[in-house]
Design a protein around this ligand. Structure first.
Ligand SMILES: Cc1cc2nc3c(=O)[nH]c(=O)nc-3n(C[C@H](O)[C@H](O)[C@H](O)COP(=O)(O)OP(=O)(O)OC[C@H]3O[C@@H](n4cnc5c(N)ncnc54)[C@H](O)[C@@H]3O)c2cc1C
Length: 667
């Protein structure tokens, strides 16, 4: 972790006079004048290893000349970068220029590297890595594959964050959290997991330290801006009705909610009332599929408006949107309150989003989380593709395995992963029907290169594809552009100890009205050599989430506006909000942000979850859905990624990779 001297407060105080000083004093309390990253200097660009993002060029000619330091620099480890991660500075600008039609005006000539691969994959997320894996499985281990990704790390959404606090390594998921899925993993996805040695059930049984949180409870923080006063209430009934120790009445009596809100929440949560009397189960389902959960609460349950803020953000975790934008039928399937007395048959068919569907589909539970979430799955895949680059051999040692980034893109290796490479064009050489090769052009550190592939899998985001493949039929481009990925933020804060949590008696605190809608201790997982910090005196990682949606607007507009907000919000704003929020929530436990925070990583995902279809916004039949039209093969170009399935999970990303590879090999 890099520290910098707080230059800003010293200079700005004299420049801005007394008003600034007042703000500055608050900044001082929050620790803003003791930056934990070199944000003043780099304005949110993450710093890591010995490598700066804009690496200098290696001297030499031919292939060596086109390889900047970046991933080849000694000690390169992008996971240890703090500040703004996820869609980090340097990862998205080129793609946006291609979208805006300005890229080719400015781009210099395209240098042909002369490389020809059996397969070029665009996107080093789970789908792209799985595509490479399946391709080798079918075409042979000597197949030559190049994987290109615009980020400085592989994994796509499944990347990880590392902190080093006082010599102790703490890791966390930058995006993808759990190995879980609403539906059973397909034969192909399950087969891949098996071959990688990942058995979620066995790992869960072996690795989790259920004792670590003993005695700690869920809590709520009600903040004055929404609820009239700041109040921490420890001991709360669980979202998912698992913690039954506390009754709703008892919990609510300790909150600042009005008497009417308390009464209505108790009724909603505990009473068995049919809010649609006289309708059959099917009629109720139909009606619920066409209204939001918010409308159900207001118009049928007649919930007091004071109670709404308590529920508004409850769907953020699964949908990155509030209850105004989520179908009431989805919330019924998820087991949200209000339906327990309505006698609705828990059966299919029901027009549900992919996420909600799974709650009605009986299947073997897939639920395990590596300490770095889905990043371990990506690391497993990279180890299978380029064994020399990732140390170790087992399902458990993957968590602490060392990645030698310098071995990811080595001449002579059958599989190569080239980071910091934004694909700007992919076109069939000749007519799509008869093409034998695809030319792929990519921008890397200010230069444009081209390679050729006998086939290409676009495992990048649907929204990008029309711009890099303008030759696609118009109807397909429109279909690809339809879904809007949801913006969301996963923030991790490294703290020097977690005694404040112990003192307040909570391991997680929901804060439904705040900038981040919750904060929790890292999941208690011991795996291999990685040990959960089980003593409160040890350093810890906190997990906070934010969905910058815009309640009241159509869902896709909420996502579009939220995305702009994410790109526009500097790291310093996040940092101030985080410090303020933690100080207010954990203050009663003695937390001091200036003293206790050791590092902050904000993983912003302006293009986050794949857009899922639901009954509220997308009533069209399944086979006419844009994702089906959009993923059609085009000559030697096939389309994978989770958008192609309209399902924001790892297994559909694998399934789409399997389909795309199959299409290419069949032709
Ligand atoms: C915050 C978050 C939490 C999640 N939690 C879970 C969970 O708990 N469980 C679960 O199963 N799933 C979860 N998901 C969903 C899961 O992560 C995804 O479905 C899956 O990882 C998608 O893989 P992908 O390869 O299709 O896409 P991605 O992971 O997005 O990878 C695509 C890659 O292509 C790159 N790319 C795009 N355009 C270009 C270009 N022009 N040139 C080069 N590269 C390009 C992208 O930048 C990206 O790196 C979560 C997703 C997010 C965002």
């Amino acid at each position: 972790m890099e520290y910098a001297v707080g230059r800003r407060s010293a200079t700005k105080r004299t420049e801005n006079g007394p008003n600034y000083m007042k703000k500055d004093r608050h900044d001082h309390e929050l620790g803003m004048d003791r930056p934990i990253t070199r944000r003043d200097f780099l304005n949110g660009i993450a710093v890591y290893g010995g490598a700066a993002v804009a690496g200098s060029w290696l001297a030499g000619c031919g292939e060596a000349k086109m390889r900047p330091l970046g991933q080849d620099a000694a000690g390169y480890n992008p996971s240890s970068g703090t500040g703004m991660r996820g869609s980090h500075v340097g990862s998205f600008e080129t793609a946006h220029q291609v979208r805006d039609g300005t890229f080719w005006q400015k781009a210099g000539s395209v240098s042909n590297t002369g490389e020809v691969y059996d397969l070029v994959v665009v996107g080093a997320g789970i789908s792209g890595l799985a595509a490479a894996y399946y391709f080798r499985q079918k075409a042979g281990q000597n197949a030559r594959i190049l994987i290109l990704d615009n980020h400085d790390d592989f994994g796509g959404h499944a990347q990880r964050n590392e902190f080093n606090v006082g010599g102790r390594l703490l890791i966390a998921n930058a995006g993808t959290l759990l190995i879980d899925s609403p539906s059973p993993y397909s034969k192909e996805a399950r087969g891949l997991m098996d071959e990688l040695g990942i058995d979620p059930a066995a790992l869960a049984a072996k690795c989790e330290d259920h004792e670590a949180h003993r005695g700690l409870q869920s809590a709520y923080f009600f903040e004055k801006e929404t609820f009239g006063e700041d109040r921490l209430v420890v001991g709360a009934p669980d979202f998912w009705r698992r913690e039954t120790r506390i009754s709703w009445r008892e919990f609510l009596s300790r909150t600042p909610l009005s008497a009417e809100a308390q009464q209505d929440i108790t009724r909603l949560e505990e009473d068995r009332i049919d809010y649609m009397p006289g309708l059959s189960s099917d009629e109720k389902k139909d009606l619920l599929s066409r209204m939001s959960y918010r409308d159900f609460l207001l118009n049928y349950v007649k919930l007091h408006p004071d109670a709404l803020p308590f529920y508004q953000t409850r769907t953020h975790g699964l949908y990155a949107a509030g209850i105004d934008a989520v179908a009431a039928l989805d919330c019924w399937a998820l087991g949200y309150p209000g339906f327990q007395g309505m006698n609705i048959e828990r059966s299919l068919p029901a027009p549900l989003s992919y996420t909600a569907l799974g709650y009605l589909t009986p299947h073997e539970p897939y639920s395990f989380m590596h300490p770095d979430g889905g990043a371990s799955v990506a690391r497993h895949l990279v180890r299978a593709l380029i064994p020399a680059a990732v140390s170790g051999h087992t399902a458990e040692d993957i968590v602490t395995a060392k990645v030698d980034y310098g071995l990811l893109d080595v001449s002579g290796s059958p599989v190569r992963i080239r980071l910091d490479s934004t694909v700007v064009r992919a076109r069939n050489v000749g007519e799509p029907e008869s093409a034998k090769e695809v030319e792929v052009a990519y921008e890397r550190h200010g230069e444009v290169f081209s390679v050729r592939g006998k086939g290409v899998v676009l495992a990048c985001w649907n929204t990008v594809i029309p711009y890099i493949c303008p030759e696609l039929p118009t109807v397909q481009k429109e279909a690809l552009a339809y879904g809007v990925k949801s913006p969301l933020v996963y923030t991790h804060v490294a703290i020097r100890n977690w005694t404040s949590f112990k003192k307040i008696g909570a391991y997680r605190v929901y804060s439904p009205g705040m900038y981040h809608t919750g904060v929790s201790l890292a999941p208690a997982i011991n795996i291999g050599d990685y040990k959960y910090p089980s003593s409160p005196e040890e350093p810890m990682v906190l997990f906070m989430t934010r969905a910058p949606c815009q309640p009241g607007l159509p869902l896709r507009d909420q996502y579009r506006i939220g995305r702009l907000e994410l790109y526009d919000t500097p790291f310093a704003t996040f940092e101030r909000k985080i410090r303020d929020q933690l100080a207010r929530i954990l203050g009663p436990g003695g937390f001091d942000p200036a003293r206790d925070i050791a590092g902050i990583t904000v993983n912003r995902w302006p293009h986050g979850y794949a857009y899922e279809y639901d009954s509220l916004w997308n009533p069209e039949p399944e086979d006419q859905r844009p994702c089906v039209i959009g993923r059609k093969q085009f000559g030697r170009i096939a389309i994978a990624n989770s958008d192609a399935a309209a399902a924001a999970y790892m297994d559909p990303a694998m399934d789409q990779a399997y389909r795309a590879v199959g299409e290419l090999l069949a032709t």
